[in-house]
Ligand binder design. Structure first.
Ligand SMILES: [Cu+2]
Length: 501
């Protein structure tokens, strides 16, 4: 028990020296969520740690100046820990910006979490919850300079120890100003050799112990899952992999309820999978499709007409725990003469992206309402888009598309970053709903009546303007694809964005 604790402490100390890399799913680990706690309109940003256990950074911004105190606490989404609320932390109110609160939370385990936000203010108490997937993206390695410094210090420590033992055996019983006898010298040398061997043994077994620990830890790092795609006639066949599968039971023999499996997928706004296909060479052909599940891990999609090229594949799925994954893949496609997209499928073969304006059909336009300030990483930004008719008037026929006012995909031009975002933010709706329900169930059980109104989640009201809260984790050149439904068909606006660090 003591050893275990010591080991964890040691690991922790090492982890604290490691800079947080902010790399997840497909390079966009930060969570942005816009929603309501009762009548309070909040934008919550969660920056999960890149190594678990680790510290998540939480920011809560209220839309109006109506808040007093904000508390935050981390909870598991499912399983035994889901109802065991720890004592909440009080988020600190920014002195420069009274509508901004921030705090830190420890996430001790990998898996599906929710951050519960308890607020108190002008409209009484209320709460909401934000789903947060927590994974270790890497086994963080120590910085070279730190490794060198610790190595030198460690050597001095060992050499000093050997020297002390030698001196103690040689000269401890010596009177002042006397030289040691040959016998005492020999005794000292033997003691030093013996101590050196002993220290070598200790260091050697310590290193082996550490190496084993590091290997175990590395095995638990999250590996980006890949989808194998092949084409049969005009049908895309998809085979999902599950590289992060763990055993069904924990070391204590209890079932690992949140282990990743492929037979537990839940629909996210009506579909088990949201598939994005983008031709990386020019970013002009983008498709948002919804393949059918034929059996566990196997999906298929009849393709619409699309131009030949090398396509990147992003397959979004959500597990029963609310844990989202994006499986990535690539495929070379010939020109496909398929059917026109049906159902919720949509996209475009020749989208030309502007930095402010994107042409839609019938002379309509989509306008990105951006100001002149440069886009920077790690900032929550509202991306607002306005749909205009041929006369520049706001469109009046915008309607709901898959339960939402709009869908956006942020894709870096090299394909290494991908995020599927909604007016409510970067979390899948299925996970967001699960987090709210878990919260209200727990409150109900504890006798606290804080009703949470599902309709208060921000799906966005279909109108001529649609807005998405999101922030870039990494700099680079991006394409932003914004999809809205207008006059019975889905339109895709495309924009370019340069993001600075
Ligand atoms: Cu969507």
């Amino acid at each position: 028990m003591m050893m275990q604790m010591l080991r964890n402490r040691l690991l922790l100390v090492v982890l604290l020296f490691v800079p947080l890399a902010g790399f997840a799913h497909v390079g966009s680990s930060d969570v942005y969520y816009d929603g309501y706690a009762g009548q309070y309109h909040l934008l919550v940003t969660v920056r999960p740690p890149s190594v678990i256990p680790g510290v998540a950074e939480i920011q809560v911004r209220s839309a109006a100046n109506d808040l007093g105190q904000v508390e935050i606490l981390p909870l598991r989404m499912v399983g035994p820990g889901a109802d065991l609320a720890p004592r909440p932390d009080v988020a600190e109110r920014s002195s420069a910006d009274p509508q901004l609160y921030s705090g830190h939370l420890w996430m001790m385990d990998r898996g599906s979490w929710r951050v519960q936000v308890n607020v108190d203010g002008q409209h009484g108490k209320a709460q909401m919850a934000v789903p947060v997937p927590a994974v270790s993206m890497n086994s963080a390695s120590m910085q070279k300079s730190l490794r060198g410094l610790l190595g030198v210090l460690g050597f001095l420590l060992v050499a000093g120890f050997v020297g002390i033992v030698g001196a103690a055996n040689r000269e401890a019983k010596l009177d002042p100003d006397k030289d040691p006898t040959p016998g005492q010298k020999l005794r000292g040398t033997i003691a030093m050799v013996f101590t050196a061997f002993l220290m070598f043994g200790v260091l050697f077994s310590g290193n082996r112990w550490w190496g084993k620990e590091a290997k175990d830890n590395a095995r638990l790092s999250y590996r980006l899952p890949h989808v194998q795609a092949s084409l049969q006639a005009a049908t895309l066949q998809l085979h999902l992999e599950n590289p992060n599968e763990s055993s069904q039971f924990t070391q204590f023999g209890t079932e690992r309820i949140d282990r990743l499996r492929l037979d537990d997928l839940i629909p996210d706004h009506g579909h088990l999978m949201h598939l994005f296909l983008v031709r990386i060479s020019d970013m002009k052909s983008l498709w948002h499709l919804h393949p059918n599940q034929d059996q566990t891990g196997e999906f298929s999609q009849v393709l619409p007409s699309l131009p030949a090229g090398h396509y990147r594949i992003y397959a979004d799925i959500v597990h029963h725990t609310g844990f989202p994954e994006t499986e990535v893949g690539e495929i070379d496609l010939p020109a496909i003469a398929g059917q026109s997209p049906n159902g919720d499928d949509s996209g475009g073969a020749a989208l030309s992206a502007g930095d402010k304006v994107s042409q839609l059909s019938d002379g309509y336009r989509m306008v990105w309402e951006r100001d002149a300030t440069a886009l920077k990483t790690k900032q929550p930004i509202w991306f607002r888009f306005r749909i205009e008719d041929q006369n520049g008037k706001p469109a009046t026929d915008v309607e709901d598309y898959m339960g939402m006012a709009g869908h956006a995909a942020f894709i870096r031009d090299d394909g290494e970053v991908f995020a599927h975002v909604h007016p409510s933010g970067s979390v899948p709706m299925a996970a967001a709903e699960m987090a709210q329900k878990a919260g209200s169930a727990a409150n109900h059980a504890s006798g606290t009546d804080m009703t949470m109104d599902m309709t208060m989640m921000n799906h966005g009201t279909p109108s001529a303007e649609v807005a998405f809260p999101y922030g870039f984790s990494q700099p680079g050149d991006y394409h932003i694809y914004v999809q809205v439904k207008r006059g019975g068909r889905v339109e895709t606006g495309a924009f370019t964005a340069h993001v600075e660090n």
